[in-house]
Design a protein around this ligand. Structure first.
Ligand code: SF4
Length: 373
């Protein structure tokens, strides 16, 4: 183990009632999470709309999302989230600010984790009430520190140059953790998020050298899909490659599905860059960029099959290549591949063509071959 960090303690999320268990910290695999993008209204849980909401949650679970967080701005939102939590095995995280009554209400439901900061919950007795009920229910708590909402004294210290932003983030987290320590509540996870890659890396490195609290990593307000993935990948690789970080969220101004896939890809890239094989990564999708030789729309095919492939629970490399001239050869390592060839489409395994079909039959042939993997 890197001596500059402590092995994080293990925090159990879920694992009660019908809710799936996720172990965060220790040497457990780093989990991927995302956050629901809209307010959950009562109508979202009624009739066919309720079925559609549950189906979307299950889709995220199939894609590899281990925890799903919801903003809970009022008691009404807590009630709706309780209904959803009763209908899915996905561990649901309730994100609460300011009002401890909302946290207490969430804890009446099979909510797997709550996110609160003692610093904005108010009096000590309110914090104690939430922590006491969470302890009784076996529900862990995440402290979420954000560079945009530092305590006034620390924000001033940063502005005057007395502290770095990373030091202020860590000190803010330490103040919050101290409250839980005083209450002997150890099932805590910390996040320290900034939109700066440098601050994100520095804060998490400093905290992990001092504490064994598991870290939830992410660059916040990271932007739309491409800049957001790039910024998160750079920051998270730097930390995860050193063994820092137990769960991640790639925040994007984009869909939850993209956040989950980006998270999986970052974990895969960290593993790949360390020379570890694809074992345990699920499907690794390789596809060619396409060029003037293409006889097959790789972009459309990869997009069409993306969710299906990422939802498969098996390790396999799948290649989507544009032409027969180079495709199968370039993707020799693929367990299954598809490529265009004139007015035909070829399917190949490990560089060898196993099937030739008309373009209209490409998807069904691919499905059949995929089921044989
Ligand atoms: S596989 Fe064929 S179409 Fe795709 S980039 Fe290579 S040469 Fe171009």
């Amino acid at each position: 183990m890197d001596e500059s960090r402590l092995l994080p303690r293990t925090v159990k999320v879920g694992g009660f009632d019908h809710v799936e268990s996720v172990l965060i910290g220790g040497t457990y695999p780093v989990s991927v999470q995302t956050m629901w993008k809209d307010r959950l209204d009562p109508s979202d849980m009624e009739g066919p709309a309720g079925d559609a909401t549950v189906a979307r949650v299950e889709k995220l679970r199939a894609l590899g999302c281990s925890l799903l967080r919801f903003a809970v701005p009022d008691i009404g939102a807590a009630e709706v989230l309780g209904v959803l939590a009763s209908r899915t095995a996905m561990p649901i995280v309730a994100d609460i600010h300011f009002d401890h009554e909302i946290a207490l209400r969430c804890l009446d439901f099979p909510i797997a984790k709550i996110r609160i900061n003692p610093g904005n919950i108010g009096t000590r007795s309110k914090v104690e009430a939430v922590v006491g009920k969470a302890a009784d229910k076996g529900v862990p708590i995440r402290i979420g520190v954000n560079a945009g909402s530092l305590p006034q004294d620390l924000a001033k210290a940063v502005d005057s140059g007395k502290k770095t932003r990373a030091e202020a983030l860590v000190e803010t987290a330490e103040r919050e953790v101290a409250v839980f320590d005083e209450l002997s509540f150890s099932q805590v996870i910390v996040s320290m998020k900034a939109s700066s890659i440098y601050d994100t890396i520095a804060a998490n490195k400093l905290f992990s050298s001092r504490h064994d609290v598991p870290l939830h990593l992410g660059v916040t307000e990271a932007g739309p899909l491409i800049p957001g993935v790039v910024r998160n990948a750079v920051a998270l690789h730097s930390l995860l490659a050193e063994g820092i970080g137990s769960t991640i969220r790639v925040s994007l101004s984009d869909s939850m599905e993209h956040e989950v896939i980006a998270g999986r890809e970052i974990l895969g890239a960290v593993s790949d860059s360390a020379g570890k094989g694809p074992s345990g990564r699920g499907v690794v999708l390789v596809s060619c960029p396409r060029c003037g030789r293409n006889g097959f729309d790789t972009h459309a095919f990869a997009e069409r099959w993306r969710d299906r492939l990422y939802s498969l629970k098996k390790d396999a490399t799948v290649a989507v290549m544009g032409c027969a001239v180079n495709g199968p050869g370039e993707a020799r390592h693929a367990d299954l591949g598809i490529t265009g060839a004139g007015d035909k489409v070829l399917l190949f395994r490990h560089g060898k063509i196993v099937r030739t079909v008309a373009p209209k039959d490409a998807d069904s042939a691919f499905e059949e071959e995929l089921s044989k993997l």
